[in-house]
Design a binder for this molecule. Structure first.
Ligand code: MG
Length: 157
């Protein structure tokens, strides 16, 4: 078996009145992420980590925000396409680790629901998925959130 690692990052500004999606889960909040799609920074970071691990073009190249097909699209579509490409190349996921940097809302009440949903979408055991919520503590004080994801893949060959 040989291994491949991928790193993904995403950030979006909040927009009042938009639904907030994280990891494909609707989160109760007054604002969602501004963006062409549903702005789900967690799914975007995971998708980009996956795509880079398998040497594919990044999320912006595959799903450009000038393309009307992706307007208000569920980001699950992007992740599922990345997973399809990964399986076609003979890889499987060993584990993924995500850091979500966001002051509000607190992610802890939703963590298990998000992990369950990612496990369902990605067909990965829940113990191989980690999501950590971090507060900014003075770092980058603006009205948005950022997410990092690192993913490890294995190839049977
Ligand atoms: Mg994005």
């Amino acid at each position: 078996m040989f291994l491949r690692i991928g790193l993904g990052f995403d950030s979006h500004e909040f927009e009042e009145g938009k639904p907030l999606y994280l990891g494909g889960v609707l989160i109760e909040h007054t604002a969602g992420f501004k963006g062409h799609s549903d702005g789900d920074i967690l799914l975007h970071a995971i998708t980009d980590a996956l795509l880079s691990a398998i040497g594919e073009p990044d999320i912006g190249e595959l799903f450009p925000d000038r393309d009307e097909r992706w307007k208000n699209a569920s980001s699950e579509v992007f992740l599922k396409e990345a997973l399809r490409r990964m399986r076609n190349k003979g890889f499987s996921i060993i584990n993924l680790d995500c850091v979500l940097v966001m002051d509000d809302p607190k992610i802890s009440p939703y963590k298990n629901i998000i992990v369950d949903n990612l496990s369902r979408i990605m067909h990965v055991d829940k113990t191989a998925i980690s999501i950590k919520g971090k507060r900014r503590e003075g770092f980058c004080k603006d009205k948005g959130a950022v997410c990092y994801c690192v993913i490890l893949l294995g190839h049977e060959s």
